[in-house]
Design a protein around this ligand. Structure first.
Ligand code: PLP
Length: 396
């Protein structure tokens, strides 16, 4: 008799486009930091659905908010006022640099909105030639045509040319390179304070403030893409708080909905004014269900002590990885901010991630040789110990 797993595999192969290289595992249930597959095997999740399940799987506050909202009102158009949307916007603004929010459904859409807002802001000021965006080599901003163009990795561009005009790339953490490229034609510089897909690279001390000053001097806006590093991931609500600088525009998605699709683009008042009725929109953006989940996520993250605990767990994770590194010189470098963690290896890491899966641990390998850990922010020391014991066995 065919197992549920076999059935899902066959149906997936037959009916779903092959855009993902999937492991032969079907995850069917989750709770906290654990997930279970269709055969009942348990896994400890150190990936969080790629930084989405920041509060863990099926967090009770998120589940309760979704249940309550699902029974009340699932969707209405943005032609009307939406109470959970207003509540979430107020929470985001109250706890960030921003004055206004635009809601979308994903990280790419939030970034698409940011790019459009930056261009529109320049046009509104009569600067028709100021439309260029400068982004970083090895960045990742999404898969729509504009955001894949903003993504500074050729492998994601291949086959989709011609790309959107007006994009330039500079090395991350190199302010001289940015100075050479940001001109009177630049409407915005776009940067992840911590690059995620690019291999967990953290902005160097002073780099983001220097970028801000450069943007101010040359009349460009600064956009922080916090789709992956925002929402408590780094131990602060927003990663920019570590770097003593605020952007003009910031994008969020992933963990904002606690597992429900949502994106958000936040901006200062003066910049926000360039979006008026008719300039930009989204049918589902700010949907009552996703915003109710977002409110529950925000309130949980803001509860006293929650983010402080992320710092404690981060220090424990770092110490554990450093101990591991002493025994396994294959670990070249550890990069960590809060619970956004990369361990760069001297060799390919894809097989290591696969071996972890077989042994009941979800991790990720990015850029070929960076083991990436994005555990739920509630991961325990015992769970970290369990992962380290497995890595100790697997690593050469
Ligand atoms: C920094 C960053 N920006 C944007 C995106 C795109 O988000 P989405 O897949 O929700 O469109 C991602 C996704 O990994 C990301 O890490």
């Amino acid at each position: 008799m065919a197992s549920v797993q076999d059935d899902v595999l066959k149906i997936t192969e037959k009916y779903i486009m092959e855009t993902y290289g999937r492991y032969p595992v079907t995850l069917v249930r989750g709770e906290g930091c654990r997930v279970w597959d269709s055969g009942g095997k348990e896994y400890i999740d150190f990936l969080s659905g790629l930084a989405v399940n920041g509060l863990g799987h099926c967090h009770p506050a998120v589940v309760a908010a979704i249940r309550e909202q699902a029974g009340r009102l699932l969707h209405v158009s943005n032609l009307y006022h939406i109470a959970p949307q207003a509540e979430l916007a107020k929470l985001l603004v109250t706890h960030s640099f921003a004055d206004k929010v635009f809601f979308a459904n994903s990280g790419a859409e939030a970034n698409e909105a940011a790019i459009k807002l930056a261009r529109k802001y320049a046009k509104d000021r009569g600067e028709d030639d100021r439309y260029e965006i400068v982004s970083m080599i090895q960045s990742f901003h999404g898969r729509t045509l504009a955001t894949v163009t903003a993504t500074g990795q050729k492998k994601f561009h291949h086959g989709f040319e011609p790309l959107v005009p007006g994009f330039h790339y500079v090395p991350f953490n190199d302010i001289s390179a940015a100075e050479a490229v940001v001109t009177h034609k630049t409407c915005a510089v776009m940067v992840e304070p911590v690059q995620g897909e690019g291999g967990v690279h953290i902005a160097a001390e002073g780099y983001l403030p220097a970028l801000k000053e450069l943007c101010r001097d040359r009349g460009a806006l600064l956009i922080f893409d916090e789709v992956q590093c925002g929402m408590g991931r780094t131990g602060r609500l927003f990663a920019y708080e570590h770097f003593k600088v605020a952007p003009d525009i910031m994008t969020l998605a992933k963990a904002l909905g606690g597992g429900v699709p949502i994106g958000a683009m936040l901006a200062t008042d003066v910049v926000s004014k360039s979006f008026v009725p008719g300039t930009h929109a989204s049918t589902f953006g700010g949907n009552p269900l996703s915003c109710a989940a977002g409110v529950a996520v925000m309130k949980t993250l803001l509860a006293p002590g929650f983010l402080g605990d992320v710092d404690v767990r981060s220090r424990y994770f770092l110490k554990s990885l450093q101990d591991l590194q002493k025994r396994h010189r294959v670990i070249r470098e550890i990069r960590i901010l809060g619970l956004m963690i990369g361990a760069e290896l001297e060799e390919d890491g894809v097989a290591i991630a696969r071996e972890c899966l077989d042994r009941g641990f979800l991790i990720n390998c990015t850029m070929g040789n960076v083991l990436r850990f994005l555990p739920p922010l509630i991961i325990t020391e015992e769970e970290i110990d369990a992962l380290m014991a497995v890595l100790d066995r697997i690593l050469p």
